[in-house]
Design a protein around this ligand. Structure first.
Ligand SMILES: NC(=[NH2+])NCCC[C@H](N)C(=O)O
Ligand SMILES: O=C(O)CCC(=O)C(=O)O
Ligand SMILES: [Fe+2]
Length: 342
């Protein structure tokens, strides 16, 4: 793992800027703050920027972890019971700003109209009623491993998590392409467009607000939900591997794949890949102040099961999706500087 531990001096150097920004804005979702983030990121300590750039460019590992960011746990207050409205009056605004700046050094942060009401910074926390449902807010059921937003051509290059609370040390699970024994797998078959991927539940209308409050955005979002539905009904055939055949990139979410109609060779190749991924799966328990950038091309991830408490002391992470090619999704966004994919 590519890892950096922030020292007390690093924290002392960073926090004045974080505090100033947290005072100047009301929410991390303010488009002015998000737009300025890549510029503000240039004021982060040089060794941190070099560390992130090395991860981005040379791919030394599929995981990049920054630890040691100061989190005053007694000042966080209760874990929200839902992600809705958690962006206002955040007790972790300074940490959110740091997370946003680091993410903006790796690429452009973006959101989905169909997920968490189009917000850029998501919450990952257990939600009552979701215990046995396949979604990030489940708990008694483990979250099956996946490429983040595997179904979508505009999925992020990185999915990143910042831990605020994890009292039961619940493990995030990861399996990384550099750890897999590719020589034993039918890589050529996995590069062929013979596999079908469906959208995951977090993009369904049943997990969204009735309205965004803006009729134009509602129309765009409705079109987006229709597209998701059509992909559910008629998934397109595509490869699960791409890039370099000697060091492949991956895109798969087996929980949302139906193997109906796949050729025998491709089905066998897929099953062997899944078995190898599972064989190399490991757990990472995030601590408050840990930030992990998961290379969404080179690692799949999930989460172990746990018992939610629903008393304000639950596990609580923040999540950002990052792309290195915002223009790649231009057809899906209403304006060049709009970061929400419809
Ligand atoms: N196997 C899966 N893809 N499960 C759903 C993944 C979690 C989803 N990204 C969410 O925000 O809730
Ligand atoms: O809770 C975790 O550690 C991972 C969450 C996740 O993968 C997701 O919400 O998509
Ligand atoms: Fe995920």
């Amino acid at each position: 793992m590519h890892r950096l531990v922030l020292t007390a001096e690093d924290n002392a150097a960073i926090f004045p800027m974080l505090t100033e920004l947290a005072d100047a804005y009301d929410t991390i979702e303010d488009p002015r703050l998000i737009r300025l983030a890549p510029v503000l990121a240039r004021s982060l300590p040089a060794h941190l920027l070099e560390f992130l750039e090395e991860f981005r460019l040379t791919e030394p590992s599929a995981l990049c972890m920054i630890s040691g960011l100061r989190v005053e746990e007694d000042r966080l207050g209760p874990t929200p019971s839902h992600w809705r409205d958690s962006q206002f009056g955040s007790p972790a605004f300074e940490q959110e700003v740091f997370f946003l700046l680091c993410a903006s050094a790796l690429g452009d942060v973006f959101g989905w109209a169909t997920q968490q009401d189009g917000r850029i910074m998501h919450d990952v926390l257990p939600i009552k009623g979701h215990e046995h449902y396949e979604i990030g807010s489940n708990s008694l059921q483990h979250l099956s491993w996946h490429t983040e937003d595997a179904f979508h051509p505009c999925r992020g290059d990185y999915v990143s998590l910042m831990c605020l609370k994890n009292p039961d040390a619940v493990e995030t699970t990861v399996s990384c392409s550099p750890d897999l024994d590719w020589s034993a797998l039918d890589v050529d078959a996995l590069f062929e467009p013979e596999f079908t991927q469906m959208p995951d539940n977090s993009h369904l209308p049943e997990n969204a607000a009735e309205s965004t409050g803006d009729p134009t955005l509602d129309r765009l979002r409705a079109r987006s939900f229709r597209l998701i539905q059509s992909w559910n009904e008629h998934p397109e055939k595509r490869p699960v591997l791409f890039g370099d055949r000697n060091d492949p990139y991956m895109a798969l979410d087996p929980y949302h794949m139906s193997t109906d109609g796949w050729p025998r060779r491709h089905l066998d190749a897929f099953r062997a890949l899944c078995a190898e991924i599972e064989d190399k799966m490991r757990g990472i328990s995030l601590c408050p102040g840990d930030i992990v950038f998961v290379d969404n091309f080179r690692a799949v991830h999930g989460r172990k099961s746990f018992t939610a408490r629903y008393d304000g002391t639950d596990r609580w992470l923040k999540r950002l999706n990052i792309t290195r090619n915002l223009r790649g999704s231009r057809a899906w966004r209403p304006a060049p500087d709009n970061r929400v994919i419809y």
